[in-house]
Design a protein around this ligand. Structure first.
Ligand code: ADP
Ligand code: TPP
Ligand code: MG
Ligand code: MG
Ligand code: MG
Length: 332
């Protein structure tokens, strides 16, 4: 059992099918028919999101194990459900595989996917498997649910709201740079950064707590703080003022930045793939949230201002500069 040519498409699907359903009550039909059949929770809004990972664009097989890649492919999608205040329920997974892919690779890829699905009780209810003439492509679609009152869009930020994040930023991008340079095992600061990049933890629990606490807008940080701040500013028709000194940077990121001759703050602003949540909230609600949830690593990084002020960054000396919307952008 070495290459896919030996077991074929259907043999592969049989291998994938095991351990995919956690919530039998909501899956009427899972893998094995023409479509999955799902039972939605009454009076909940249905969320549907999809993100694709393409070899050489989103991952490099010399830097990641298949298990880590599978974990991340699901994680980035759960992150988008989290950013709406929702709970992920079901996933469909499509893979385009070069025919020379070892069967072992696919098994490990799915083990990574199944691990994170187990952590979040997400059912894998279907997918598609095709051959690829060149490079591996993984597309995941996740369905989730949210109470109508807890839905958080990008568009609800109001002047006077605080803007905050759920954890440190920049680790993932620095991790990618360390992986690209190689020999990162030599540095004791590298591990949390490389881990943040290869197996990001989607902030699903935090997302539901923030939603219930009255977040007025929310977005997940896939493209970097600068870019996602602009997304919220535009969708909400507001301005945003961020304070460089308040942006949470890990000690490991600072060490890595020094080693790589880069600015730690630049990783946080423009790096992307941190998959923390960026959200806005009325200050009084935020104070209550902090008191009720010391378990969350929330950090206030700025405030919502008038639209005319645009999106700005206050530097450590108090100087105000326009924050460009640069970050990860396909095709640019
Ligand atoms: N090819 C596409 N066809 C239809 N909608 C798309 C396509 N690509 C992106 N979108 C939509 O555009 C919006 C922004 O996409 P994206 O930047 O990928 O969001 P996110 O950063 O949350 O993953 C989303 O509503 C997404 O569903
Ligand atoms: C080999 C490799 N090169 C570069 C990157 C960096 N990178 C690729 S895509 C991306 C942004 C996030 O991906 P995208 O498809 O834009 O996700 P979305 O915003 O739709 O969630 C970043 C930072 C990477 N992860 N791996
Ligand atoms: Mg997307
Ligand atoms: Mg996304
Ligand atoms: Mg993007």
């Amino acid at each position: 059992m070495n290459e896919l040519t030996e077991i074929g498409e259907f043999g592969l699907i049989d291998l994938i099918k095991q351990d995919t359903i956690h919530d039998h009550g909501t899956v009427v039909v899972g893998i094995g028919d023409d479509a999955a059949v799902l039972l939605p929770t009454p009076r909940q809004l249905q969320l549907l999101t999809t993100d694709m990972l393409v070899e050489s664009i989103h991952f490099d097989l010399t830097m990641t194990t298949p298990w880590q890649l599978g974990y991340k492919a699901i994680a980035v999608n759960l992150s988008d459900i989290a950013a709406m205040g929702g709970t992920p329920r079901h996933a469909v997974i499509s893979v385009a595989l070069p025919a020379t892919t070892p069967t072992e690779f696919i098994i490990n890829l799915y083990q990574g996917m199944k691990e994170i699905c187990r952590e979040h009780s997400v059912n894998i209810v279907g997918g598609d498997t095709v051959s690829s003439p060149q490079g591996l492509v993984i597309n995941v679609t996740v369905a989730g649910e949210v109470e109508p009152a807890n839905l958080v869009k990008r568009s609800g930020a109001k002047t006077g709201d605080i803007i905050a994040v759920t954890g440190v930023l920049g680790n993932s991008a620095a991790g990618l740079d360390l992986l690209s340079v190689g020999e990162w095992e030599e540095y004791d600061f590298a591990w949390p950064l490389v881990t943040a990049h290869l197996t990001p933890r989607p902030q699903v629990k935090a997302g539901t707590i923030l939603a219930a606490a009255g977040a007025t807008s929310m977005d997940d940080l896939s493209d970097g703080l600068a870019s996602e701040s602009h997304e919220i500013a535009e969708a909400s028709n507001v301005g945003i003022r961020l304070y460089a000194a308040q942006i949470p940077l890990s000690a490991e990121l600072k060490q890595a930045a020094e080693k790589l001759d880069k600015q730690a703050l630049d990783y946080a602003l423009y790096g992307g793939e941190d998959f923390q949540l960026l959200f806005t909230m009325e200050p009084s609600n935020y104070e209550m949230l902090l008191a009720d949830h010391p378990d969350l690593q929330l950090v206030r990084i700025g405030e919502i201002v008038e639209t005319s002020q645009g999106v700005t960054l206050v530097d450590e000396e108090g100087g105000v500069q326009i924050l460009e919307a640069k970050g990860y952008n396909h095709f640019r």
